[in-house]
Design a protein around this ligand. Structure first.
Ligand code: MG
Length: 317
């Protein structure tokens, strides 16, 4: 018969061996994960009854979140006081969104098969819709570098599949590429051609590295060095995702990588070590840092929008 202290030790050892769950949190490297999220932080459901939400981006000037309901063909706007309203419809099945340095909204359109920017006068500027004379597939996610170049992924998720041939209808590109776009010249350059389904992407805080999620097969995040001429070098697998696939990803100010996954959000150290998980009731597709102090993580997960307070802020907008 073990003594009480021994019994307590045995129980705590058993609990620790199956990774403790504190509410929605599963620390894997507890000391490091505690720098990311407070142990008592809870996932809060902000809104629901959507069809499939993606592409959250925080607008600091308006204290508002913009996100996409892809099948509903709408961009949505959420504020703490006003709830959810329609921001733009139709959205041409918008997916990923981000801001450029001037605060303009950049949007990847699935059915529009293009990348657009919302101008201050309310019009949409088409930034890219083709590469080497062929239409893009269905741009998915986009991020700006401090030099003004825009980097976006172009998997073929937004194209219909022919049930007989299994081929993507209307696909003109020979693959699913990652592109760099110079908005001044309009020039589009393929920077990676060997992804299955490139998806979310994010730069390291110093922008020397670019992380790109592959949500096809295999499902992992790769990291590249960004050369001074804008090419990608030394690509390697940064981490693999064990629940679902990586979709949207963000980097925090300390260089950790936060990836949406089938079980919520997984947080990786700059060295690629899994630090912990934030579990969400529905599989997550994308995330962003935001809120008044930048320390709220917004998560789009299937039919709902969630948020959790965190202890860091995003490296980029
Ligand atoms: Mg995506």
């Amino acid at each position: 018969m073990p003594t009480l202290p021994r019994l307590a030790l045995l129980v705590s050892t058993l609990v620790a061996s199956v990774a403790p769950v504190f509410g929605n949190l599963v620390p894997v490297v507890p000391a490091e994960f505690a720098r990311c999220v407070a142990p008592d932080a809870k996932v809060e459901k902000l809104a629901g009854d959507f069809q499939f939400v993606e592409g959250p981006v925080w607008l600091p000037r308006e204290s508002a979140l913009i996100f996409s309901d892809i099948p509903k063909d709408e961009l949505k706007r959420w504020t703490r006081t006003g709830g959810v309203t329609v921001f733009r419809a139709p959205s041409r099945n918008a997916n990923g969104n981000s801001l450029d340095a001037a605060g303009r909204l950049l949007t990847c359109e699935h059915s529009g098969r293009r990348v657009v920017r919302l101008e201050p006068d309310g019009t949409l500027a088409v930034l890219a819709e083709a590469f080497e004379g062929r239409r893009l597939n269905s741009p998915n996610d986009i991020v700006e570098r401090r030099d003004g170049t825009l980097w976006f992924t172009d998997p073929d998720y937004g194209l219909k599949t022919d049930p007989a041939t299994k081929a993507k209808v209307g696909k003109e590109q020979p693959g699913n590429f990652v592109y760099r776009l110079d908005p001044k010249s309009g020039r589009v350059t393929a920077v990676a051609r060997d992804f299955s389904h490139p998806n979310g992407l994010a730069f390291s805080p110093d922008e020397a590295k670019l992380y790109i999620a592959d949500s096809g097969a295999p499902r992992h995040i790769r990291v590249f060095s960004v050369a001074s001429d804008g090419t990608l070098r030394d690509g390697r697998v940064f981490c693999t995702i064990d629940k679902g696939g990586p979709d949207g990803i963000r980097v925090d100010r300390e260089g950790r990588v936060w990836s949406s996954t089938g079980d919520g959000v997984q947080v990786f150290s700059p060295a690629g070590e899994l630090l912990g998980r934030i579990l969400t009731p529905e599989a997550a597709a994308n995330l962003c840092f935001g809120g008044e102090d930048g320390r709220t993580l917004f998560i789009t997960a299937r039919k709902s929008l969630y948020a959790i307070r965190v202890l860091t802020t995003g490296a980029a907008r």
